[in-house]
Ligand binder design. Structure first.
Ligand SMILES: [Zn+2]
Length: 217
């Protein structure tokens, strides 16, 4: 029998819950899962096998709420592990899956599943993290959740790595390695890409002059 059990499901959708660390993404994912369970809809939860913090088979948020989940090495394994009766597929730490997760999510939604993805939208240098940019684009609903900047208390949309020793993109760790920060309190924007660096100031000024001329008339 097909993994999807024929065409009896309609109304598939893709939801993305994203934001920096400590913003409550997993809490929000668990909240939606609990509501679906109350409505007696079958939910299956998957997470990438790379994220082995706390417990092998639970989705655990920083506030220690747990739901059972299945760690998978390859996104394609989600399709083989899916029950025919599953209506909702929840994916935690979706940024750690490889790009084939995009195809899997699209396929699940097209077959009628409600797919809820939670994950970091940016890595510790403010770059789109893994497949998340594509998922944000194709989602029906996106919720960007903010944390609180540990420096100034403003809403925080960035994850800042306080451990400067490590440069790799994936470094799974706890609050001693990362902070939530607002844009003003992130100093990771590369100087070579910065529009305000010395070599680019002339270019910026030229653009301003062109715009100025446009508005002279
Ligand atoms: Zn701040």
């Amino acid at each position: 029998m097909s993994v999807f059990g024929g065409g009896q499901f309609f109304g598939g959708s893709i939801e993305v819950i994203c934001g920096p660390m400590f913003s409550g993404k997993t809490e929000e994912l668990i909240r939606r899962i609990r509501r679906a369970q109350i409505a007696r809809q079958k939910v299956q939860i998957f997470k990438p096998a790379i994220d082995n913090r706390y417990h092998e088979s639970d989705v655990v948020s920083h506030s220690s709420q747990t739901v059972c989940s299945m760690p998978v090495q390859d996104p394609m394994h989600i399709l083989t592990k899916l029950y025919d009766s599953t209506r909702i597929v929840a994916l935690d730490e979706v940024q750690f899956f490889d790009d084939s997760i995009i195809k899997v999510v699209s396929k699940l939604a097209r077959r009628g599943c409600r797919v809820i993805c939670a994950g970091l939208d940016q890595d510790y240098q403010g770059r789109p993290f893994g497949p998340i940019a594509h998922l944000l684009a194709i989602a029906d609903r996106v919720d960007k959740i903010q944390a609180i900047c540990t420096i100034c208390g403003a809403p925080a949309t960035k994850t800042f790595r306080t451990d400067v020793e490590h440069k790799e993109q994936v470094l799974v760790g706890e609050s001693n390695l990362y902070d939530a920060r607002c844009r003003a309190h992130c100093d990771y924007f590369g100087e070579e890409d910065d529009l305000l660096s010395y070599s680019n100031i002339g270019v910026v000024n030229n653009n301003e002059n062109i715009e100025g001329r446009l508005y002279e008339h």
